[in-house]
Design a protein around this ligand. Structure first.
Ligand SMILES: [Zn+2]
Ligand SMILES: [Zn+2]
Length: 151
């Protein structure tokens, strides 16, 4: 089950609905990403890491990304290629990891998909606290309100 809220600027008319986490279709998206990595769509680094790692798995979840240069905000799936942590042997191969957590430390992140800003091309950062980000238009303070559940 995913969650969300509405970001609203106190100083201008910027408003955006933000849906984060994982929903009903997230597992399908993760499987799709796994196949795309295998096919080379994510680049050689992902393809080689996936092929060279037994029980490699993809973890995918919606996150809010912030551009450090122009302040643009965007919600995109955070795509992680993971490997079982040393000492952990999964019972079977699971291309898509379930749930928002990476198990109980059972998996370790190998590679993370890079997100680039659609407006200026800078590499975006994951918002540590998505409820406390600045307005992309005026850099004023945004307030987060409402609690949306989605799946
Ligand atoms: Zn604003
Ligand atoms: Zn930017």
């Amino acid at each position: 089950m995913g969650y969300g809220f509405t970001l609203q600027c106190k100083h201008c008319d910027y408003e955006q609905r933000v849906l984060l986490g994982a929903g009903f279709l997230t597992q399908n998206l993760a499987k799709q990403a796994y196949n795309d990595m295998k096919a080379g769509t994510y680049g050689a680094e992902f393809k080689e890491a996936l092929e060279g790692t037994p029980y490699a798995a993809v973890h995918l979840m919606n996150e809010l990304f912030v551009c450090p240069d122009c302040g643009e905000l965007t919600v995109e799936p955070d795509v992680l290629l993971c490997a079982p942590t040393e000492g952990y042997v999964p019972e079977c191969a699971m291309p898509a990891l379930l749930g928002p957590e990476l198990g109980d430390g059972e998996y370790t992140v190998l590679l993370t998909k890079t997100h680039t800003c659609a407006k200026c091309g800078a590499v975006m950062n994951k918002a540590e606290n998505p409820r406390k980000v600045a307005c992309p238009r005026c850099r004023g303070e945004l307030t987060a309100s409402g609690m949306i559940m989605w799946d």
